[in-house]
Design a protein around this ligand. Structure first.
Ligand code: AMP
Ligand code: GLY
Length: 411
């Protein structure tokens, strides 16, 4: 496993639960309590490939987007080891919003109409053409923070100008109304297997206030979602995109994450990601009852058509992210975390680590999103109660979390 977040911790635990032997690079403190970890730079493809060869790994699973965009999956495959995760070329579906829009247009996938701009004048004209609310996106990886959605034309233009200054084009696009859903699909480039829909809470504050973050919580299932959501997304989004990538000679193998808006005019793609979402993975995997490794191996070896469809629990899962003081603007590192073992010991609770490191005998915060506390239950109400019971046992000075994840009014 390559990566160091709560998503990777959830993947590690899901693999361990069916008896798979797992090692992680670089991991974090929580992962190191469950599996061997190695201090290898996730972005260094040759170092990852050398470690995988040394360990005699049968499969390398790449968690985050940055190594994928940097070609780490290509380096692992070149070393003769099966790899879950797309090539650098295919990962452009996430790495470049302009490229993703081009593929969607070619595949006939419904999405917000985009205008790609490289100058402030062009950006101003695009804002006026599309009107408010304005949606301005950095055309590069920005860890969920490159998008500004605002009624304020000045703010929209300032974000575009900042992107141009850092050398990136921007995508300005039509505003999509309606609730958002994350739907993941595992694919070997031909066969596509959808997982269960989840919802992410992107804004930092209760009631969807404050700036966008990497994600402050998630839940699954979505009781309010239309019954045909997965079928429609397969037919109009996932399969056409995978077919178009193959047609271009850059097949996409790994996990295709469709960020969807269920708008008043129908389903639209907000964004694609080329990897499991964080924190949605924590709740989706909490409901998976069949072996994850079969799906990952089927994707990596081009044999997904032969893998039995995943089996899902009827129950629910909720995760709440505990973030460091100052997240997302300027997270404060170094705070000592207490209560981890007590929370993890609760029935139906998993404490997954993200930004943590060991300092002597202490576990301290080392990133913006510090922990992802998962509650499982027969119903969303029970799962939410358990997640918050876990969160309430954890102490980290200055930390914050949302209190309204999966609450009935927001569900
Ligand atoms: P992205 O990085 O493209 O997923 O954007 C981050 C967040 O910004 C999304 O999850 C949405 O909440 C919001 N967003 C992005 N694009 C749009 C859009 N066209 N209309 C409304 N909100 C959007
Ligand atoms: N939760 C949003 C993402 O993983 O991009």
């Amino acid at each position: 496993m390559v990566g160091s977040g709560a998503r990777e911790h959830a993947l590690v635990r899901a693999l361990l639960s069916t008896g798979v032997e797992v090692a992680c690079a670089p991991g974090n403190v929580g992962i190191s309590q469950d599996a061997l970890t190695y201090p290898v730079d996730a972005l260094d493809g040759s170092a990852v490939a050398v470690l995988a060869v040394d360990l005699g790994a049968d499969l390398v699973v790449i968690g985050p987007e940055a190594p994928l965009v940097a070609g780490v999956a290509d380096a692992v495959r070149a070393a003769g080891i099966a790899c879950f995760g797309p090539s650098a070329e295919a990962a452009r579906l996430e790495g470049s919003k302009a490229f993703a829009k081009e593929v969607m247009a070619a595949a006939g996938v419904p999405t917000a109409r985009p205008i790609v701009c490289v100058s402030v004048d062009a950006a101003a004209a695009a804002l006026d053409e599309l009107g408010a609310p304005y949606v301005v996106k950095d055309d590069g990886l920005a860890a969920g923070k490159g998008v500004v959605v605002t009624e304020d034309r000045e703010e929209a233009l300032a974000h575009a100008a900042a992107c141009f200054e850092s050398g990136h084009p921007v995508v300005i696009e039509e505003y999509l109304d309606g609730p958002e859903v994350s739907l993941f699909a595992i694919t070997d480039g031909v066969t596509v297997v959808p997982l269960q829909p989840a919802q992410d809470f992107k804004r930092v504050g209760d009631g969807d206030t404050g700036p966008n973050t990497g994600g402050m919580g998630a839940y699954s299932p979505l009781p309010w979602a239309p019954a045909d959501l997965v079928d429609e997304t397969m037919r109009t989004v996932l399969q056409p995109t995978i077919d178009e990538m193959r047609r271009r000679g850059t097949p996409f193998r790994g996990l295709l994450y469709a960020g969807l808006a269920l708008t008043s005019r129908g389903l639209r793609v907000v964004e694609f990601n080329a990897r499991f979402g964080d924190p949605e993975t924590q709740v989706v995997l909490a409901r998976l009852e069949s072996p994850l490794v079969d799906l990952l191996m089927g994707s990596a070896t081009g044999t997904l058509a032969d893998v039995a469809p995943p089996i899902w629990s009827d129950g629910a899962a909720v995760t709440v992210v505990v973030a460091a003081e100052g997240y997302p603007e300027s997270p404060v590192a170094g705070g000592v975390i207490e209560g981890l073992a007590d929370a993890d010991a609760l029935d139906g609770v998993d404490v997954l680590h993200a930004g943590t490191r060991a300092e002597g005998d202490d576990i301290v915060a080392s990133g913006g999103r510090v922990l992802s506390v998962v509650g499982r239950g027969a119903t969303l109400t029970e799962a939410r109660g358990r997640a918050y019971a876990g969160v309430d046992l954890i102490r980290l000075p200055g930390s914050h979390h949302r209190r309204d994840i999966a609450q009935p009014h927001s569900v």
